[in-house]
Design a protein around this ligand. Structure first.
Ligand SMILES: [Mn+2]
Length: 382
């Protein structure tokens, strides 16, 4: 069977860095897939006594998606270092160049769609890149990172380590709603089986907490996934990361309660925004839904777009308006491709990327109307 392209190369580079005590920065997306990816890689590198200089998650609310200038200006203090970007990076052309100039050698492990060319990273693992002959393409990032750690650790991957990584890969694959076939199916089956006897304190606390006791196994997992998927960031770390790496039961319990409470509150906030959008589109005959507001939170617009797209069966672009630019989440009905749609309007956008059914963008406010028209044109033509 052909291998995932560059997996071995990435593993060799990381092993060399570990051996030479090079500084390693692990940089991830803030959702559960990104967080699980970071935890898996961090624990694998620690197992080999590598030098992890920093763990950094993107603050979606304040920094946007992907590798960004604000993060780089913080991380340059660790230069020279290797920056391993997880669950993001594949469309960060300019930022990877800047990282290089700052002395940060970038390795990208991503599963998002490749747009035309690749960033100038030293190594890129993304099953969607040209020349990747591994037959399965639909990994979550955490699935890819799990495969990477198998190559890195080889016979040092103990059974218990393997199981604990599989648990995280399973949760991440569910969180990112990746198709449950082939490798993903294996992760989910093995991971959820292992989860029942998990050694990870944070997950153990989650499984045992009173307020979730009434739920059946499957619903419980879904609750855990959705609570971990929308955690907030403090000091560049997600709460999900703090929980998944927590060694203290009492602390873990506090975190879990906080996450569950917030998740509950969010459900109402999401419902509220959905209602606002629906009110606005009441008399609209547009073929797409394209709505934004200063008051809507970046963290919620993805869920809002999902819900509206499911219900109205139209391509849905929901954005948070900021002073000069807006940041949006996109969901499209099955069979359509959000990334291709935005690619056809590329000139109007600052950034964009993601998967066919779910993607994101940033756009200057002065281009919002043109962007909408361009999208309508695109969807009319397909
Ligand atoms: Mn992901």
């Amino acid at each position: 069977m052909p291998e995932i392209k560059n997996l071995k190369k990435a593993s060799n580079r990381i092993l060399k860095a570990i051996k030479n005590k090079e500084k390693i920065i692990i940089y991830g997306d803030a959702d559960l897939d990104g967080t699980a990816s970071v935890v898996i890689l961090k624990e694998a590198i620690e197992n080999l006594k590598g030098n992890i200089a920093a763990v950094y998650f993107v603050d979606r609310e304040n920094e946007g998606y992907g590798i960004n200038k604000n993060a780089l200006s913080f991380l340059k203090r660790f230069s020279p270092a290797i920056l391993i970007a997880l669950d993001l990076g594949i469309t960060n052309f300019e930022e990877v160049k800047i990282a290089k100039k700052l002395g940060l050698e970038t390795i990208i492990i991503d599963h998002h769609q490749v747009i035309d060319s690749l960033p100038e990273a030293s190594i890129i693992v993304d099953p969607k890149q040209k020349g990747d002959n591994y037959p399965f393409k639909e990994f979550a990032a955490a699935g890819l990172v799990y495969e990477l750690t198998k190559v890195i650790l080889k016979d040092k991957m103990s059974n218990s380590l393997d199981n604990s990584f599989l648990e995280l890969a399973a949760l991440a694959t569910i969180a990112d709603m990746m198709i449950r076939e082939k490798d993903n199916k294996t992760y989910i089956e093995k991971g959820l089986q292992s989860l029942k006897n998990t050694q990870r304190i944070g997950i153990k606390v989650f499984l045992e907490i009173n307020s979730l006791k009434i739920f059946k196994e499957k619903e419980k997992v879904q609750k855990i996934v959705s609570a971990l998927n929308a955690s907030e960031i403090k000091n560049h770390l997600t709460e999900a990361y703090l929980l998944l790496t927590c060694q203290n039961k009492r602390k873990a319990e506090n975190l879990v309660e906080k996450l569950l409470d917030r998740n509950e509150a969010r459900r109402f906030q999401i419902k509220d925004i959905v209602e606002q959008v629906e009110e606005r589109i009441l008399d609209s005959a547009d073929s797409i839904i394209f709505e934004g507001d200063i008051g809507w939170s970046n963290i919620l617009i993805g869920s809002v777009a999902s819900r509206i797209c499911n219900k109205h069966k139209k391509p849905c672009f929901i954005f948070k308006k900021r002073k000069e630019s807006s940041m949006g989440a996109v969901r499209v009905p099955s069979g359509m491709d959000a990334v291709q749609a935005m690619k056809s309007c590329q000139k109007l956008l600052m950034t964009f990327g993601g998967h066919a059914p779910a993607a994101g963008f940033t756009v200057k406010n002065e281009n919002l109307e043109k962007f909408k028209e361009c999208l309508i044109k695109y969807f009319k033509a397909i």
